[in-house]
Design a protein around this ligand. Sequence first.
Ligand code: SF4
Length: 361
Amino acid sequence: MKYIDEFRNKNQILNLADLIRKSVTRNYAFMEVCGGHTAAIHRFGIPFLLPDNVRLISGPGCPVCVTGTDFLDKAIAYSKMKKIIICTFGDLLRVPGAVSSLEKEKAAGADIRIVLSGLDALEIARMNPENKIIFLGIGFETTAPGTAATILQAEKENSENFFLLSAHKVMPPAMEAIIKDGVSIDGFICPGHVATITGSSIFDFIPESFNLGCVVAGFEPTDLLQSILMLIRQVNQNDPKVEIQYNRAVTLKGNSIAQKLMSEVFEPCDATWRGFGIIPFSGLMLRKNFERFDIEKEVPMRINLQEDNELCICGKILRGLKTPGDCPLFADICFPENPLGACMVSVEGACNTWYRYKLIK
Ligand code: SF4
């Protein structure tokens, strides 16, 4: 409760909202990159505390949302093979692939299990030595160290039936792609969990090369309002830089142990992001030393690339070009119980968040 009192204190929230109102001198648009921030912003009603000339735009930080249809189609194809068990985080289950979903395949009899970590999947591998276990590795710098630790453990145990299908990604190349896309923003509310691992310095290129401000933010209402105020002050003073608001978790250099795990196991590769296509060096693939755990090396898989549902504008939402309210299917045909696109599935997805909190601003 003390934690909640400290960061959800009504007087502090109203004071910060008042300071923001007194600080605005123009229109401002800031992108919250992280899906956790999108969810927190709308859960706490932050847009309703802001003046009309401060706009928040959702970005590409929901790991389930940016995972491409090609990855899902591959996972679905593997799930149809004999003696394969797919282990996945729960959210991925309901994301539509080109013609099916993991949820539909599970209902049709495929052995697909929900896990909370790679280590859970490794345990399933120990218990089922006659099967190949495929862990679907998704997420950014936040989840990649856990997958790396799992691979190292699998190697230590000399596991012969644990494999990874990796869609792990890193955030800075996507932020650069957004800027180069020409989205009109004045700065980024930078992802707090990613920065806990990487340190805030990974965002230095943004003010240095693109003259845009960055504030690494926490996830409580006072965190978010304070971060917005810090960004407004950067804009007003024409002084873009990287600042850490979430200083109870984030440092300049981050978590060196987690970084070491990641760099020992993974190397950068090009990766497909929903809505963006291929972004160079934005993915993580297993290094040569560990490629025996790569399911695509063990059982090569070819799929026919298919176009995403052309009515779904998830891709444009993830690039900050549209909002869920721009989608004609939103809340009419597409809703959390019947998601037509990835952004309606995850609780961090922009469409799901808008639906749950009935966002009208
Ligand atoms: S409301 Fe549904 S169909 Fe529309 S963009 Fe969002 S997920 Fe896609």
